[in-house]
Design a protein around this ligand. Structure first.
Ligand SMILES: NC(=O)c1ccc[n+]([C@@H]2O[C@H](COP(=O)([O-])OP(=O)(O)OC[C@H]3O[C@@H](n4cnc5c(N)ncnc54)[C@H](OP(=O)(O)O)[C@@H]3O)[C@@H](O)[C@H]2O)c1
Length: 372
């Protein structure tokens, strides 16, 4: 059996440390991947600093991380889509409440994946590039395609134009970069927000128009651009996005729904350890007041809002729709690109905490990747 190593979190709020880990063979419907690259996400940090509140079901010691690319080592019973040696990208679902399993955390050498949450990658695509995809594409897909969210048409190679427009607020984020491409592949026009330096970037991904989210007139500008068009709703990503999207969607014709990726307050300043509550209590207070204000605004504008949980697709039709039906051919045909671009910040599990800290300081249309 291969020797495995993991970046462990031994208890809630504990530092992340590298140590030996058991090798877990795949069960039916699972594969084991030798990981070659992982990407880091804001949620990985949140789980470390606020796991008791954010993912209270976690049993420690645990292994965090959701984004990986690598080579298939073993396939479990019933898996026919993969063979040992295949190059794949996959969503490591260990942190999901239904899985809650250290063997399925991305931050280790050998990871167990649910087979329908993995996709083959073309030979020309590097592991570093592919690793940026899983949580971004999954969160976007949850908001766009789940029946209790925007319930858009499925993405395909030859989408029929719907004549409807989707608003993606935060188009240059990792989630937004995937949402723009998925919506275009499903036959929707997209308008997106980003900083002006990323206007060309979101347009290259397929957005018809881009707006500066920090402009004082952005809400009115988008409402005026959408006049006469039918909207398919909005995907709200980034601080302040939900309230702005509710204002815009409330003033447009079409689906009155805002799928939200970002909570009403940021918990970025909260650290684990001593003094944690001093920062946590005001953040929770901001979150509660933000949620109340948003609920009242949404009611006034007659717009429905709902918070996305980015791993929900593992248990419904959207997971296979993306990882089995859409991504393999779309990546091979370059109709879908791995975005945002990877910035490799080191090699080895021990570099992941530094990558998480860099992530906290902020990235722009980039995803931080560590090779293993
Ligand atoms: N609910 C879930 O399950 C789930 C899953 C994944 C992520 N998320 C959340 O989704 C958000 C994005 O995550 P990510 O990993 O995609 O982020 P990311 O790629 O790390 O975000 C970086 C980008 O954020 C943009 N940005 C910064 N402030 C913004 C604002 N106020 N409005 C719109 N865009 C803003 C920046 O755009 P410019 O450089 O163009 O200014 C930058 O390109 C985070 O809040 C994250 O916690 C939620």
């Amino acid at each position: 059996m291969p020797e495995n190593k993991a970046l462990w979190i031994k208890a809630k709020g504990a530092p992340l440390i590298v140590g030996p880990a058991p090798y877990t063979p795949p069960r039916a419907g699972e594969i084991v991947v030798r990981v070659r690259a992982v990407a880091v996400n804001p949620v990985d940090r949140l789980q470390q600093t606020m796991g008791d509140i954010f993912t209270p079901w976690t049993t420690y010691p645990f292994v965090l991380g959701s984004d990986l690319a690598g080579e298939v080592l073993e396939v479990g019973a019933g898996v026919t889509r993969f063979r040992a040696g295949d190059r794949v990208v996959g969503y490591a679902a260990g942190s999901d409440k239904q899985r809650n399993r250290a063997a399925e955390g991305a931050f280790q050498d050998y990871v167990v994946l649910i087979a329908h949450m993995a996709a083959p990658i073309p030979d020309a695509m590097s592991f570093e590039a592919a690793a940026v995809l899983p949580l971004g594409v999954s969160t976007a897909a949850c908001g766009l395609f789940q029946q209790d969210f925007l319930a858009l048409n499925a993405p395909s190679a030859a989408p029929a134009p719907t004549g409807e427009t989707l608003l993606v607020w935060g188009g240059s984020t990792s989630v937004g970069s995937n949402a723009i491409q998925l919506a275009v592949a499903a036959g929707y026009d997209v308008v997106a927000t980003a900083s002006p330096r990323n206007f060309d970037y979101v347009k290259r991904l397929g957005a018809r128009e881009a707006f500066d989210y920090s402009s004082r007139t952005v809400v009115a500008d988008i409402v005026s651009a959408l006049r006469g068009r039918r909207v398919a709703g909005a995907l709200a990503i980034g601080q302040g996005s939900a309230a702005a999207c509710v204002d815009i969607i409330g003033a447009c014709e079409g689906a009155r729904f805002v799928a939200m990726a970002t909570p009403a307050a940021s918990f970025d300043a909260v650290r684990a350890g001593r003094g944690r509550w001093r920062r946590l209590v005001p953040a929770i207070a901001r979150m509660l007041t933000g949620m109340i204000a948003l609920t009242l605004k949404a009611r006034r504008r007659q717009v429905r809002t709902k918070m996305i949980w980015g791993s929900a697709l593992i248990a419904n039709a959207v997971g296979p729709m993306i990882f089995e039906d859409f991504l393999p051919a779309a990546l091979a045909g370059r109709r879908f690109v791995a975005a945002p671009r990877p910035t490799v910040v080191g090699t080895g599990l021990a570099n992941i905490p530094a990558a998480l800290e860099l992530q906290r300081q902020g990235v722009s249309a980039a995803k931080l990747v560590v090779t293993l």
